[in-house]
Design a protein around this ligand. Sequence first.
Ligand code: UTP
Length: 274
Amino acid sequence: MIRKCLFPAAGYGTRFLPATKATPKEMLPVLTKPLIQYGVEEALEAGIHTMAIVTGRGKRAIEDHFDISYELEHQIKGTSKEPLLHEIRALIDRCTFSYTRQREMKGLGHAILTGETLIGEEPFAVLLADDLCENSGGQGVLGQMVTLYNKHRCSIVAIEKVPRHETDKYGIVAGEEIGEGLYRVHDMVEKPSPEKTPSTLAIIGRYILTPDIFDILRETPPGRGGEIQITDALLRQARKGRVLAYRFQGQRFDCGSVEGFVMATNHFYKKFHS
Ligand code: UTP
């Protein structure tokens, strides 16, 4: 059973400077909700109630968001504004939040390893809040992956097909299709050039990982860009046939980029205001 979701949220978010100079990228709002709140809602919908967040310097707004704000709540009590806090209040009541800090930004793999103290010896989900996913009317992406995990009991990465000229922005997988949209992974490369990529199936920000990944990450040397890459660690599991890649149902917005962020904003605005 997947009980915990890890949110690596320590990155600098340089593509969004200057907005992210003093504000965590995960707190940028799509309409009125910060990105990380969409992520927590998706995890909750997948049946996960324990949120484990890896933060860094300058990220305290995330902790404050998932806490009570007595002064504010007292101020708006009984006014027409009060309902605006109902949703987040209900969310906080249904989850527990724990935090740890990544002191040096040594990459996603390192951020996940930093989260070991919050996860322990059990399989867990990883959600990158800047990939905003939606499956209108259907099960959320993490929920779909938890269902798959319960059947296959191995690590799972969510993937989508990307244009060939964009492979150098993603971890790319190659494998054998064993079911509709489900692949047994045999190769993984971090940000390959379009000429050298083994496929155009790109990993997006949703993972289910088995806890042996922590030992593997500890032994994984820094890879591309001097960072510890989760892709390198997953490849070790993949070589034992222990990684599946899943083409999820739904839509993903890359809210770490300005273009994806604007697309998400337009999408949700149309959805709620038409
Ligand atoms: P990104 O590659 O999007 O990096 O990280 P970033 O720093 O957030 O953004 P840019 O590229 O500078 O604009 C993917 C995810 O991994 C987390 C980020 O917070 C994001 O959710 N991350 C990355 C960490 O938690 N720690 C790291 O050292 C690196």
